[in-house]
Design a protein around this ligand. Structure first.
Ligand code: PLP
Length: 480
């Protein structure tokens, strides 16, 4: 079995094995003509169930053959131009190369003595990101597993900085379309059930700052503590960006921690044409960025940045075996001192490879392309009487619904749209997401693939309209 260990004696086997796997994936990517096969849970479950994990196949080629059956054949392929559903991007090759390197070397970024150069690379990328944001000379941060963890850590720091004796009095303000991880974080942080105050949005799905001002005032009046305002720079559903300068102003006025959740909008940091959409982000106390959303990085790759490095101390604990306190005096850079995680992947390497090969402008160009595409798609939808589209996109999201001319009952329209989404998924021709707006069912395109064209969008809209018509036809048959 030692022949399976990656070391000096098995370098050749490693090369052959990984190459064989890469060849399979390359062949798959080259021949995938749909984002999905439409496989059902019922079809796939027995295929996986019949595999006996206590009877290994022993041989890489056989296992790759099997992998075709259990995974590769029916996987959901984000690189396909008609995958338009969630915030998943196609990935850039330098980052995939970085992934291969980081898992083979397997550095762990908790301590210097498990990573050496890895720690310095991560730190440099954190500094680079903080500088792009404009957080100032005392900024710092750390890579995380995703936006959820970044938001949790940011709110942990905010809770500690609020210095409230009674956590039941702490309040967090976020818009009604902020990410659900804000509420989850509040729960994990032991805040009260009503700690997250949900603020209304304007018709463009941006936080109403008049409402925010009103709620902050009321919070103080009620003897409560405004712990943090979470501004979203790129809401998950609409790509809308809350008015950051106004929010920063209010946070300064009330001495409230300003967190900017830029999990989606962070791609603007490298945009040559739209960076101004993030104006005001430089006033944040903390920022969440998901490179795995708008920097074309493989999952996972994310970071939390803070204006004041000292606030990261709230996540600092020392263990004699790992990062004893004396190491701080010895100035040994242990990233675990800043992280909620201990053993931690060297995800930063993917971004490093990307910036070194493509450059920041290269990434920004790709993100600009999908934002341009969304603007085109919006025009298409706005001009098409078969559809109702909400919110002109600031980023790359389109939310719309099919409104068949023959139907007036909104509940029936809901059902037609739900049906269309399901039918499309089952066909595998394209994948779209869904959400609700004003209690009604809508469909959503999240455009993150520069290979997607306006023609793709038009074709998928036709497919959706076709499925909706089919539903209504069948529904008529049922009624008669
Ligand atoms: C995706 C998203 C998150 C959560 O990020 P994960 O990487 O999925 O954990 C948080 N906030 C916003 C606005 C998001 O779009």
């Amino acid at each position: 079995m030692r022949s399976h260990l990656l070391n000096d004696t098995t370098a050749e086997r490693y090369r052959r094995s990984v190459t064989e796997g890469v060849e399979r994936v390359a062949a798959k990517l080259a021949t995938t003509d749909r984002p999905f096969t439409g496989v059902t849970v019922d079809t796939l479950t027995p295929v996986i169930e019949k595999i006996d994990l206590d009877r290994p196949l022993g041989d890489t080629t056989a296992v790759l053959d099997e992998l075709e059956e259990v995974y590769l054949r029916d996987a959901v392929y984000f690189h396909h131009p008609r995958y338009l559903a969630h915030l998943n991007c196609p990935v850039v090759i330098p980052a995939v190369l970085g992934e291969a390197v980081l898992s083979a070397v397997n550095s762990s970024l908790d301590t210097w003595d498990q990573s050496a150069g890895g720690t310095l690379i991560e730190r440099k990328l954190i500094d680079w990101t903080a500088e792009r944001i404009g957080l100032g000379p005392a900024a710092d941060g750390v890579f995380t597993s995703g936006g959820t963890q970044s938001n949790l850590q940011a709110l942990l720091l905010a809770r500690e900085e609020a210095k409230a004796h009674d956590t039941a009095r702490l309040r967090i303000f976020a818009s009604e379309v902020s990410h659900f991880s804000v509420k989850k974080s509040a729960k994990l942080l032991g805040l009260s059930a009503d700690s997250v105050v949900s603020l209304p949005c304007d018709q463009n799905k941006r936080m109403h700052t008049v409402a925010l001002a009103h709620e902050l005032e009321r919070c103080i009046h009620d003897g409560l503590v405004p712990m943090a305002v979470v501004a979203t720079a790129g809401t998950t559903d609409f790509g809308s960006i809350d008015p950051l300068p106004e929010i920063a102003e209010l946070c300064a006025q009330y001495g409230t921690w300003m967190h900017v959740d830029a999990a989606y909008g962070c791609g603007l940091l490298v945009s040559k044409t739209r960076r101004d959409l993030l104006d005001g982000i430089e006033r944040a106390d903390s920022v969440t960025v998901d490179y795995h959303k708008s920097f074309f990085q493989p999952v996972s790759s994310s970071a939390v940045l803070v204006r004041d490095a000292a606030t990261l101390r709230h996540a600092t604990y020392h263990a004699d075996y790992l990062n004893p306190r004396r190491m701080v005096e010895e100035r040994i850079p242990n990233q675990v001192d800043k992280s909620l995680q201990t053993t931690r992947r060297f995800d930063a390497l993917k971004l490093w490879m990307t910036l070194r090969v493509m450059g920041a402008d290269g990434v920004g160009e790709l993100f600009d392309e999908v934002c341009d595409l969304a603007a085109e798609g919006w025009k298409l939808l706005a001009a098409d009487p078969r559809f109702d589209v909400v919110v002109q996109p600031q980023l790359s999201t389109l939310v719309f619904r099919c409104i068949p001319a023959s139907v007036t009952d909104p509940a029936e329209i809901d059902r037609a749209n739900l049906y269309a989404r399901k039918a499309l998924f089952a066909s595998g021709d394209a994948i779209v997401a869904g959400t609700t707006v004003g209690g009604r069912h809508y469909l959503k395109f999240t455009l993150l693939n520069p290979e997607t064209t306006v023609t793709d969008i038009a074709a998928v809209l036709d497919l959706i309209a076709g499925h909706a018509e089919q539903y209504l036809g069948e529904s008529l048959d049922r009624a008669s």
